[in-house]
Design a protein around this ligand. Structure first.
Ligand code: 23J
Ligand code: MN
Length: 263
């Protein structure tokens, strides 16, 4: 039996009327990792490291392979609801058990490039979302809300983490916006270009880390360290983002792709 929608997709992929974009940053030992304030004694996430086991040499004459080490929340990665205490008792809240539907969903892209450039501590408020909706239509249920800041273009510089004595300075969310997106719009989750889905100054927001707290508490997911959001349409893309199936995992580095209308 054939399915005409999938046949159309297959044809579109062949003839270029559907293009595949890579929203993933390359993982390498210089990949920036989240730095939380040290004064609380909070644990640290391992940076990405890679060590060759063999490369057609005496450790393995015909094969090349590497050992890897990193935190689950390294580079372009997926946040599962169990990541936060607010989502700890929800059903199917881990990388292993999340419904597959969470991994393939439409996306909207909200452009806050100018605001983030003017103020690295910019917090997106509900009015900002409503202004976007007045132009592009209501955010559909089940969509990823991608927060475009062009921050990924700073990934190779210190500006990416924006670390100062008082912590990171990167854009994020007003708590009311997160509640609006989960309750009024029932989104799949949010994706950002910054190192985490919350603002650099999220440790001192009320509640602290509002996006993690409210998003995961509502059984929604997160995507962090995305890139190439500048190549996405405001609406109409489909995101494919699946974490590794880690037993009980809170997240994982992920290859994040977007299907977009071509030509
Ligand atoms: C743990 C604590 C705070 C934050 C994070 C992780 C992340 O950004 C993350 O990768 O989920 S802000
Ligand atoms: Mn994370």
């Amino acid at each position: 039996m054939s399915n005409s929608i999938l046949e159309t997709v297959a044809l579109g992929l062949l003839d270029g009327s559907i293009r595949i974009l890579d929203l993933t940053a390359t993982l390498h030992p210089g990949t920036p990792t989240l730095q939380l304030p040290t004064d609380f004694g909070w644990g640290e996430s391992w940076p990405f490291s890679i060590e060759t086991i063999s490369r057609y040499d005496d450790k393995g004459p015909a094969w090349y392979w590497n050992n890897l080490k990193c935190g689950e929340h390294t580079g372009t990665h997926f946040d599962a609801p169990i990541h936060w205490v607010s989502g700890k008792d929800l059903e199917n809240n881990t990388t292993e058990t999340l419904p597959l539907k969470s991994f393939v969903a439409p996306a909207v892209v909200i452009d806050a490039v100018a605001e983030a450039a003017a103020d690295p501590d910019f917090l997106m408020d509900v009015d900002f979302i409503k202004a976007w909706e007045a132009k592009h239509g209501e955010i559909p249920k089940g969509a990823w809300v991608l927060y475009r800041t062009d921050w990924s273009k700073k990934m190779d510089s210190d500006e990416y983490l924006g670390m100062r004595e008082d912590g990171g300075h990167t854009p994020g969310w007003d708590p009311a916006t997160v509640t609006f997106l989960t309750t009024e719009r029932d989104i799949a989750g949010v994706g950002v270009e910054t190192v985490g889905t919350d603002a650099g100054q999220a440790p001192v927001q009320d509640p602290m880390f509002p996006c993690h707290n409210l998003m995961h508490g509502a059984n929604k997911c997160g995507l962090a360290s995305l890139c190439n959001l500048d190549q996405l349409p405001a609406t109409g893309a489909i995101i494919i983002a699946a974490p590794l199936k880690i037993r009980g995992g809170s997240g994982s580095p992920s290859r994040v792709l977007a299907l977009v209308p071509g030509r």
